[in-house]
Write a protein that binds this ligand. Structure first.
Ligand code: 13P
Length: 248
């Protein structure tokens, strides 16, 4: 049996509405155990609308690296906790590319999240150009080192998500073999900081995951679940993915 419990995360991005909250919460509530850990990360405005249920937890898609004060438009880790979030996505490639988030800010966000009691889901991944230049592992090592080299104690409280930028929203998923190779590399790389924490770390995959391709991904030894964008907005598809993850 796999020692790491599978984790399936819905990243709604800037999508969804109250009807989807209701439909998704109802559908997930009737799923029968055993289930993977299921985490829904809607836009924060919807967190309070989700009824509490043991089948799922809630998370956010971003947080401020600051604790409190004059930071217009930002939301703090404490505020997310108070809104019912248990986790937060950090360093998604859309935030790196569109909002200029650098490794240093992402590192600070991981620290702030953990200190507030949130589990950060640290997203890392290479662009298509970086993959074609055979720089994938180098890029991933840099993104991981930026967070954990100076603060290795954070590893035991984190989740890492491998999201190749070229696979996000493109319908072009990494093959299970490609993803497994990267996950295994990352686990080995992180073992230099804390071997036990690296072994227990959940490393999930994101990028065009669907109900049709998730089973083969979940079957790989170092793929501990998925971070799902588009398919997490479809109630039936997302429920099916959750059901398949529990068996992996
Ligand atoms: P898609 O599943 O739509 O490719 O999005 C992946 C993603 O970015 C999840 O964070």
């Amino acid at each position: 049996m796999r020692q790491r419990k599978p984790l399936v995360v819905a990243n709604w991005k800037m999508n969804g509405n109250s009807e989807l909250v209701q439909q998704m919460s109802e559908a997930l509530s009737v799923l029968k155990q055993p289930l993977p850990d299921i985490l829904i990360c809607p836009p924060v405005i919807f967190l309070a609308d989700f009824p509490k249920h043991p089948n799922y937890k809630l998370g956010a898609q971003n947080l401020s690296e600051q604790l409190v004060g004059a930071f217009t438009g930002e939301i703090s880790a404490d505020m997310l906790c108070a809104s019912g979030a248990s986790s937060v996505i950090v360093g998604h490639s859309e935030r790196r590319a569109l909002y200029g988030e650098q490794d240093s800010v992402i590192s600070q966000k991981v620290k702030v999240a953990i200190e507030a009691g949130l589990t950060p889901i640290l997203c890392v991944g290479e662009t298509l150009a970086q993959r074609e230049e055979e720089k994938t592992l180098q890029v991933l090592a840099r993104q991981l080192d930026a967070v954990y080299a100076a603060q290795p104690h954070l590893l035991a409280h984190s989740v890492v998500s491998y999201e190749p930028v070229w696979a996000i929203g493109t319908g072009r998923t990494a093959t299970p073999e490609q993803a497994q190779q990267v996950h295994q590399f990352m686990r080995q790389h992180l073992a230099q900081y804390d071997a036990e924490a690296a072994n227990e770390l959940r490393i999930i995959y994101g990028g065009s995951v669907t109900a049709a391709n998730c089973e083969a991904l979940f079957a790989e030894a170092d793929i501990d679940g998925a971070l799902i964008g588009g398919a997490s907005l479809k109630v039936a598809d997302f429920s099916a993915i959750c059901t398949m993850a529990k068996d992996s």
